[in-house]
Design a protein around this ligand. Structure first.
Ligand code: NAP
Length: 270
């Protein structure tokens, strides 16, 4: 039995631990100047991590870094188009140069240049979707692993979509690319477990960002989504950020190779 004083000390330690559960960690989040990526970067930094912000446009990077710095968070930023090998290299180098290494990679960037059913996708659009949504996640993983291994452990999270499980009519090729990330999660988790690197994935439902604006701006589509979403609301970027923060923390120390749908019950899995 612990004495009263000892119990209080333990409780305080636990509380402090949860207030800064990612203290000492360094995270890179791609496509993190807006929407879901920005919320993830903010949340990981609030949880104590030092975070490298990035996206294609330098102005967006500067604005995001300024906003989070003003909130007292430890962040830096560098432009990175995830389809560009040199820029990806520079992104990871920034984590090492500015913060001394890498513990967490969140691969969040995606595009959807083709609003068609899957078999109507032009070849160029198919290639672009797979280059950004799948290949860049794979390449970043390959490039990040030596840095994570240097730390003796690490975490990788891919941002997929609920469309990975059930293709959405006008998001055909995009849906297939998101299913591919589920496979990459399992395969990479299997290979990296021995290096104590956990690999997990989050599958957001409809989250209110610019990316999904066409859906939620249309009253008819919005109502249809709400009717099939048991929790009765669209998701917020912070809903995804909370899930990522959990997966990269020690609270999920025994979780790898999994995809966590965060979708208000929309298309919920058995
Ligand atoms: P968003 O609000 O439109 O934000 C997009 C971000 O990506 C911006 O910071 C943008 O900045 C950056 N970006 C775009 N292309 C990039 C590239 N090639 N390389 C690097 N950065 C790039 O999008 P979001 O809704 O947050 O989506 C984020 C992720 O969630 C995506 O993987 C998406 O598939 C997934 N998702 C979203 C929803 C949803 O309903 N919103 C649902 C399921 C899954 P720059 O313009 O400066 O590059």
């Amino acid at each position: 039995m612990f004495s009263h004083g000892r119990r209080l000390t333990l409780q305080a330690a636990r509380h402090m631990g949860s207030a800064a559960k990612l203290q000492g960690k360094v995270a890179v989040v791609t496509a993190s100047t807006d929407g879901i990526g920005f919320a993830i970067a903010r949340r990981l930094a609030q949880d104590g991590a030092k975070v490298v912000i990035s996206s294609r446009k330098e102005d967006n990077v500067n604005k995001a870094v300024e906003t989070l710095t003003k909130e007292g968070l430890t962040v830096t930023g560098v432009p990175c188009h995830v389809g560009d090998a040199d820029q990806r290299k520079n992104l990871l180098k920034t984590a090492v140069d500015k913060f001394g290494g890498l513990d967490i990679l969140v691969s969040n960037a995606a595009v959807n240049p083709s609003a068609t059913q899957v078999l109507d996708t032009p070849e160029k659009a198919w290639d672009k979707i797979f280059e950004i949504n799948v290949k860049s996640a794979f390449m970043l993983t390959q490039e990040a692993v030596p840095l994570l291994e240097k730390r003796g452990q690490g975490n990788i999270v891919y941002i997929s979509s609920i469309a990975a499980y059930q293709a959405m009519p006008l998001l055909g090729a995009y849906s297939v690319s998101k299913t591919a990330l589920l496979g990459l999660t399992r395969a990479a988790a299997l290979q990296l477990a021995a290096s104590k690197i956990r690999v997990n994935c989050v599958a957001p439902g409809i989250i209110k960002t610019k990316f999904s604006q066409l859906l939620w701006e249309d009253d008819g589509v919005n109502d249809a989504i709400l009717q099939t979403t048991p929790l009765g609301r669209l998701g917020a970027p912070e809903d995804i950020a909370g899930a990522v923060s959990f997966l990269v923390s020690d609270d999920a120390a025994y979780v790898t190779g999994e995809t966590l749908p965060v979708a208000g019950g929309y298309f919920c899995k058995l």
